[in-house]
Ligand binder design. Structure first.
Ligand SMILES: Nc1ncnc2c1ncn2[C@@H]1O[C@H](COP(=O)(O)OP(=O)(O)OP(=O)(O)O)[C@@H](O)[C@H]1O
Ligand SMILES: O=P(O)(O)OC[C@H]1O[C@H](OP(=O)(O)OP(=O)(O)O)[C@H](O)[C@@H]1O
Ligand SMILES: [Mg+2]
Length: 286
């Protein structure tokens, strides 16, 4: 039984998302070894092949059916303007796409860029955004080094990805407007090749991605204070409560978003909780 060929998952062959994608798949129990510069790798014990591709080709190749699923940036999915489904956000590679202008220019909004020249690797997204803001610009479509194009006299403004803003600062640019926020995603086309294996990949990645976002927190609390503490830590579903030898006390185990962990520990302590312990979660099924 089974499908005629293995499920194909396309992942970046190089660049910043290449390691991110491999690590996530490994953590989800999809183990494979890439021969140097190889295009394919077989996943051990599962009917899956990993195909190594350019990050920006992954949306198009998924839409065309060359791969069944792919890991890439949601910015590139939007730019490719094709009909693939986003199965899940992977919680990494977060960045935004922004219209940027020289620090010392007087532009105040996208509408001020009407009839100006804009350099970008995202012509489709840029054109759509400008049209919605009553501006039409001359777009210079480039595949990289967009930040230097103002200095080179090629453009008046650029549209590029921004994370920390250090590239902008180095080039004396500022953000005029944000176009959108993006992150690394798992995509799938609508052809439905081997849906059982595809869903299994999604469930496995979910386990890892959710686990990375949460910690497990355990604490002891007098039963009289339990209600207040449960308000602070409602948990992913609901907290697990265990009895302690002293009937006036109980122990609580709960999942807490990692970004909230310190504030939560402080709030619990202030309510009278003690022995508050954070432990990382490697994987989970909820
Ligand atoms: N500074 C950044 N911070 C976070 N994510 C980013 C950043 N820059 C890019 N990304 C994400 O990574 C994807 C791939 O990045 P990019 O297009 O720069 O290629 P790359 O992997 O860096 O390879 P190259 O060296 O060819 O530029 C982007 O589409 C975006 O989703
Ligand atoms: O706001 P920052 O943290 O500075 O990040 C933004 C920069 O990151 C990306 O470039 P990348 O590092 O991939 O270099 P590249 O231009 O060689 O692709 C992007 O194209 C920006 O230039
Ligand atoms: Mg890059």
């Amino acid at each position: 039984m089974g499908s005629q060929r293995n499920l194909r998952i396309g992942i970046p062959s190089k660049g910043r998302l290449s390691e991110v994608a491999s690590e996530l798949l490994e953590a989800a129990g999809l183990s494979f070894r890439r021969q140097s510069r190889g295009l394919f790798a077989r996943v051990s014990g599962l009917p899956i092949d990993i195909i190594f591709l350019r990050t920006d080709d992954i949306p198009t190749l998924c839409n065309e059916g060359a791969i069944d699923m792919g890991i890439t940036g949601s910015d590139l999915v939007e730019e490719a303007a094709c009909d693939v489904k986003t199965r899940m956000k992977l919680g990494v590679g977060r960045c935004r796409l922004a219209i940027c202008v020289p620090d010392d220019s007087d532009y105040r909004s996208a509408a001020d860029l009407d009839k100006k020249r804009i350099a970008t690797s995202f012509p489709t997204v840029t054109r759509t955004y400008l049209a919605a803001h009553s501006a039409t610009a001359h777009l210079v479509a480039l595949s990289g080094s967009v930040e230097v194009m103002i200095q080179l006299g090629v453009a008046d403004a650029i549209v590029d990805l921004v994370e920390t803003g250090s590239t902008l600062a180095a080039n004396r640019l500022r953000v005029l407007e944000d176009i959108g926020h993006y992150e690394t995603v798992l995509i799938q086309n609508g052809r439905g090749h081997d849906p059982e294996t595809a869903d299994r990949v999604v469930r496995r990645l979910e386990g890892v991605v959710i686990a990375r976002d949460y910690s497990s927190l355990e604490y002891n609390v007098p039963r009289s204070k339990l209600a207040q503490c449960e308000k602070i830590t409602p948990g992913y579903d609901s907290p697990t409560i265990n009895s302690l030898e002293d009937p006036k006390w109980c122990s609580v185990r709960v999942m807490v978003r990692r970004k909230d962990i310190i504030d939560t520990m402080e709030a619990l302590e202030a309510e009278g909780a003690s022995a508050i312990i954070e432990t990382p979660i490697l994987n989970c099924r909820l």
